[in-house]
Design a protein around this ligand. Structure first.
Ligand code: EPU
Length: 459
């Protein structure tokens, strides 16, 4: 893991960012389509793909299996037809939960796959029990094997057979992975209580345009007419990666706090409707077109006149857990004397996390910056608005704990006065491409210190 550091010069509460930011293709859409390459009879291509550490790692996993991956600017071409192994590289697979996406297409096409039992990750336990029970319902045999490097699943199926599967809770990658496995199963599969994220719909639409028979993606019931393991898909055209809704929401939250005139382009505002609705009710003036979001003369809007409110994370179309940390930063800045319409409390907001049990680690960063918040329990934070943030003392560093916590920490450091150091920029790179360059283009002073230059950090 590269241990780069980011140095952030705070804007000391000034709303001085200006300009345009172009939203990249969604990492969480590209990763799924990359895994789907295994369902194709030859090369397939993604356009508008983001350059993130996570997409690089899936590329590496496919390459180690024997497939060919060519990344050229925003295009990724994958030919999985040369795959000659069905064992996912254990270290690589363990380091990224989304590697489990490959198991569905592998099982559908080759009738077997081996992969490590995923450990917990920094945001929570992240089990895969729902994947495993779905594979069993599709007729696969699941064995748990012990090896020197750790336990691994060995899953085999002479033929996957269509089945009725009910997910006990809505899982995004679970829905996608089992949907992909079912494309090459024999007979009809019905998935119920499916997640409804736009990335799932986009994946299904692309697979359908290449020969799959998937109905209902984007609703809680998805039906897949299996093509059998020989019914490989044909890449009739390239996949156009949909805009990253979490990136869009991240820049919008940052913009309301720190920008005067900001235009977010190449996005899909419909995918962050709940965020826009909360921000407008809080007092922000947000101008939306089909594919842009704009703040104009936003510096006139004092953060102290924004109203506090409560959020509760939820599956799509509810408030995304991936925007929970940036939203907490936002809520530290709303008016201390403004009334929270949800509770009647003055200057106070509640953030309630329903998806993960460990997504509050970043709070320690915000406390170091002087934010006033209390973690009530592992799911709930009480945030006091109106905090004036200040960079930690020299020598005291902030840390990116996961992708979104990392962005939230940059946001807080930008709001603050003084120079902050954020360790482990790698986590931010897993989801946001060239974050320092894109913020610099808006007028922020965010510099990267590469791991091998670390001793020279002076602040
Ligand atoms: N869950 C289980 N068992 C399972 C599967 C899931 O208990 O077999 C639980 C999880 O532990 C979690 C909940 O179900 O508590 C929802 O998890 P889900 O499976 O939906 O999450 P995911 O598919 O692993 C994707 C995104 C995450 C995002 C979540 C929730 C990708 C690659 N990842 O994860 O994105 O937070 O959905 O929307 O699509 C990120 O981009 O920073 C990120 C973490």
């Amino acid at each position: 893991m590269k241990k780069d550091t980011l140095i952030v010069e705070g804007l000391a509460g000034k709303k001085s960012l200006n300009g345009e930011v172009r939203i990249n293709g969604a990492k969480n859409a590209a990763l799924k389509v990359m895994a789907a390459s295994v369902l194709f009879d030859g090369p397939m291509k993604l356009m508008n793909a983001p350059h993130t550490e996570d997409t690089n790692r899936v590329a590496e996993l496919i390459t180690i299996l024997g497939g060919s991956v060519v990344i050229d600017k925003k295009e990724i071409t994958i030919d999985a037809s040369s795959i000659d192994s069905t064992d996912l590289d254990p270290d690589l697979a363990r380091s990224m939960r989304s590697s489990v996406l490959l198991t569905g297409p592998m099982l559908g096409r080759y009738g077997k796959v081996k992969f490590p039992v995923p450990g917990g990750c920094v945001i929570g336990a992240r089990p895969i029990d729902l994947f495993i029970s779905a594979y069993e319902k599709l007729g696969a045999e699941v064995k748990l094997e012990s090896s020197k490097g750790g336990d691994q699943y060995a899953i085999t199926a002479k033929k996957l057979k269509g089945a009725e599967i009910f997910f006990n809770l809505q899982t995004v990658t679970g829905t996608e992975t089992i949907m992909m496995a079912a494309v090459l199963a024999e007979g009809k599969t019905v998935l119920r209580n499916c997640a409804m994220e736009p990335e799932i719909t986009s994946l299904a639409e692309f697979l359908n345009s290449c020969g799959a028979k998937i109905h209902g993606a984007g609703t809680t019931t998805i039906t897949i007419g299996g093509l059998g393991s020989g019914g490989l898909l044909k890449a009739k055209h390239a996949y156009e990666t949909i805009p990253d809704r979490v990136e869009t929401g991240s820049f919008l939250l940052l913009g309301v706090l720190c920008a005067d005139n900001l235009k977010i382009t190449h996005c899909n505002p419909e995918h962050i409707e709940v965020l826009i609705s909360h921000l407008r009710e809080s007092g922000a003036n947000i101008i939306v077109t089909k594919d842009t979001i704009e703040l104009r003369d936003n510096a006139k809007l004092k953060n102290s006149s924004l109203k506090p409110f409560n959020i509760r994370t939820h599956e799509y179309p509810g408030f995304s857990t991936d925007l929970q940390a940036p939203m907490t930063v936002f809520l530290t800045q709303v008016g201390a004397d403004e009334i929270n319409p949800n509770s009647g409390a003055r200057g106070e907001s509640i953030v309630f996390e329903t998806i993960y049990e460990g997504r509050f680690k970043y709070v320690s960063n915000l406390e170091k910056l002087g934010a006033q918040l209390t973690v009530m329990n592992p799911r709930e934070i009480l945030v006091k608005g109106g905090a004036s943030l200040k960079a930690p003392e020299p020598g005291e560093e902030l840390e990116a704990y996961d992708i979104r916590a990392g962005f939230a920490t940059i946001m807080a450091a930008l709001v603050a006065k003084g120079t902050s150091v954020i360790k482990n920029a790698y986590f931010i790179d897993r989801g946001y491409e060239n974050i320092e360059g894109r913020l610099a283009a808006l007028g922020a002073d965010v510099r990267r210190v590469h791991a091998d230059e670390q001793p020279e950090i002076v602040i």
